[in-house]
Design a binder for this molecule. Structure first.
Ligand SMILES: [Mg+2]
Length: 257
């Protein structure tokens, strides 16, 4: 899941200042974790210790109420409210937080079921569930050593995303998009078009849009496919986590990776 966190951090400085190219510094003074990391760690916490996703998301929200980039407006409302009813979201938040499910699952079916559980407490719209399932399934298949063509075919057939485009085709026509259906396919293509982990991250940032979330989704899948993340990225990422987040990330790695 550190690949997803790396994507969130590296994308964090480009969310509101898009870079439409692949040549940019990976880390700057401003590079930091955002809501994508916080809620991914909440999912990992539930997978490690049990519990309820809705309660965990609220717990982490109150622990980190105002991160860089902040949460979606409706998530804010939901998290701060005493009730837990889902709000039918199709936002990309369900996909950005799901990577630990892909890394911990033992079968494709169990990954799809668990991804739905992480999504449905807020993102119970079919596109919200689909975005979480497609992301987690791609991570699971990559972990199993499946090739990019196999991943592309599975996700296309199961979820109906158009994965025939290239990063160079998408870049000139892409704009800020907070939906699953307008983020997850592009994040997958950033991975499918890449030559290694860093190239996947650079592809994702170069698309613009909701950079931290798009790059977070790409980063989780690329980590699974390339079997980890390079040291020159892993170290600066670990240094930028606070102690409680790092503790869960390291415990998750020791248990599942
Ligand atoms: Mg964010």
């Amino acid at each position: 899941m550190l690949g997803a966190i790396a994507g969130d951090m590296i994308g964090s400085v480009y969310e509101f200042e898009n870079r439409r190219c692949k040549d940019f510094p990976l880390f700057t003074e401003a590079t930091t974790f955002t809501d994508d990391t916080i809620l991914s760690v909440a999912v990992a916490d539930v997978l490690l210790h049990g519990g309820d996703y809705a309660k965990a998301f609220k717990k982490y929200y109150w622990r980190y109420p105002n991160p860089t980039g902040s949460y979606g407006a409706r998530f804010h409302q939901w998290a701060a409210a005493p009730t837990v009813a889902p709000y039918n979201s199709w936002g990309n938040g369900s996909a950005m937080r799901v990577s630990p499910v892909g890394f911990s699952g033992t079968s494709l079916e169990s990954v799809l079921t668990e991804a739905e559980k992480t999504a449905e407490v807020t993102h119970n719209h079919p596109e919200g569930i689909k975005g979480a399932q497609a992301t987690a399934a791609a991570i699971f298949l990559a972990r199993q050593g499946r090739g990019k063509d196999e991943i592309r075919v599975f996700v296309t057939e199961r979820f109906g995303y158009d994965l025939q485009r290239t990063v160079d085709e998408i870049r000139p026509v892409y704009s800020f998009n907070e939906s699953c259906q307008g983020t997850v396919p592009e994040a997958l293509i950033a991975f499918l078009d890449a030559t290694d982990f860093e190239d996947a991250i650079r592809n994702a940032v170069s698309l613009g849009g909701d950079s931290d979330t798009l790059t977070c989704i790409t980063g989780g899948i690329a980590e699974a496919f390339y079997g980890g993340i390079p040291d020159h990225i892993r170290q600066p990422v670990l240094e930028r986590l606070d102690a409680p987040l790092r503790e869960i990330v390291e415990k998750f790695r020791d248990r599942y990776l």
